[in-house]
Design a protein around this ligand. Structure first.
Ligand code: ACO
Length: 396
């Protein structure tokens, strides 16, 4: 890596890198990706080992505090997070005030932003305040998400029951006490949260760092990340994949037409859940999600799984995708699993946000602790008019 920025700034020159295709904005010791080899590691541990063996809160601890916790450390962390699952009292009427057809992502973003109205995260240099805000984001996030979904369906929110543990409590708050939470469902959701926990300088995480670099507090910075995640080129892709599969199903299940439109770039149609800025081989998270989608859905003969598998097979044998090194990304198979659990499509990106929460927090904290941190302030290459004289409006 070459630190070009400050060198060039002294000469008055800048680099132009639209979309930051080749620009590192920071150093980080949290997550390593080798996009050509399809490798993803958190703090050195391969994602498949974490997905198979570690719980979401364990991985959260690892990302945020840098080492995997002992049993005692994990128990303490879990207690702290689950002790912060209640939403502030005045939030519920605000959540109920949104029109019922509002997409859950803006409501989730507004809710997290409102966490900041109590000011408990304002002292960004106080480790205790940062730890409290960390526990509150992880603890309240699922309660907020579940309340949003219940309100959308016209139901009352369900109070948290921390004794159920992180994932089971979330499922119960979302679907109510009559929903049967099997081990299979709880484990699969926990694993999906692990798969999303961090992914270095993606669009939402860079946004968290961008906002935080102005010394904005944690909740405000995370709110920025949630908004960046909403777009269909990022976290919103999981919803878009499901809608694409449903559309292909409604057209008779044959994807030939759809694929032709993609390859001919008709109206900018893309194969959603395919392609990645960094991975030029199979996204290791997609591989894990695919395996679990198979295990969870094969008995139900879900036609959308069949369509997804066929789409992947077709794409991987097609020159258009081969030449551009386009493979399934994490969003391609996850929506099918969420759907099997009973989550409506509009909630998928909120689930992604719950999973990404520890990564966002870890990056904000790492940035705060890094003495080389500066306010993020890119330059631009100006392409407007050269200097000209202003004519008052009455004379134009
Ligand atoms: N379907 C069809 N063509 C694609 C796709 C796709 N999903 N993805 C990329 N391409 C094509 C582009 O049109 C471009 O073709 P060209 O060389 O003929 O112009 C080429 O592949 C390179 O793509 P770029 O757009 O330059 O790649 P970039 O790194 O900028 O974008 C992105 C990456 C946004 C993920 C893109 O692949 C995409 O839009 N995928 C679909 C949306 C999606 O699944 N997003 C989730 C990403 S993972 C995540 O955020 C969690």
């Amino acid at each position: 890596a070459v630190q070009l920025g400050s060198l060039l700034a002294k000469t008055g020159m800048t680099t132009l890198d639209v979309g930051f295709v080749n620009t590192s904005a920071c150093t980080s010791s949290i997550t390593y990706i080798d996009g050509n080899e399809g490798i993803l590691r958190h703090r050195g541990y391969p994602i498949d080992q974490l997905a198979d063996n570690a719980s979401f809160l364990e991985v959260s601890y690892l990302l945020i505090y840098g080492e995997d916790p002992t049993e005692a450390q994990l128990a303490e962390f879990t207690e702290k997070v689950l002790g912060e699952t209640m939403l502030p009292g005045q939030m519920m009427p605000l959540l109920q005030a949104f029109p019922l057809d509002t997409h859950p992502m803006p409501v989730f973003s507004a809710g997290v932003s409102l966490f900041g109205t109590h000011g408990d995260d304002l002292d960004i240099d106080d480790p205790k305040a940062v730890d409290l805000a960390t526990a509150r984001l992880l603890g309240r996030g699922p309660t907020l998400a579940a309340a949003i979904e219940r309100i959308r369906r016209g139901h009352d929110a369900v109070d948290p029951d921390p004794s159920l543990g992180y994932v089971r409590n979330f499922l119960r708050m979302t679907f109510g006490p009559d929903y049967e939470i099997t081990d299979e469902i709880a484990d699969a959701l926990d694993m999906l949260l692990v798969l999303h926990a961090d992914h270095e300088q993606n669009c939402s995480t860079s946004t968290v760092r961008m906002v935080g670099s102005s010394e904005a507090p944690l909740y405000a910075s995370i709110t920025g990340g949630i908004n960046a995640l909403y777009g269909p080129l990022h976290g919103g892709a999981n919803q878009a994949v499901l809608e694409m599969l449903e559309r292909i199903e409604s057209e008779g299940g044959d994807a030939t037409d759809y694929m032709d439109r993609v390859k001919n770039k008709v109206d900018g149609v893309k194969l959603m859940g395919f392609g990645h800025r960094v991975y030029k081989s199979y996204d290791p998270r997609a591989q894990i999600a695919k395996k679990h989608a198979h295990a969870l859905l094969s008995q139900s003969n879900d036609p959308l799984l069949e369509i997804a598998l066929k789409l992947e097979e077709t794409a991987l044998a097609d020159d258009y995708f081969v030449e551009r090194k386009l493979y399934p990304n994490v969003d391609f198979y996850t929506g099918l699993i969420y759907r099997a659990m009973g989550f409506p499509t509009e909630m998928f990106t909120v689930l992604f946000a719950l999973g990404r929460m520890p990564g966002w927090i870890a990056h904000w904290r790492e940035m705060r602790e890094d003495p080389s941190t500066k306010i993020n302030r890119p330059r631009q290459v100006y392409t407007g008019p050269a200097e000209r004289s202003f004519t008052p409006i009455s004379q134009r």
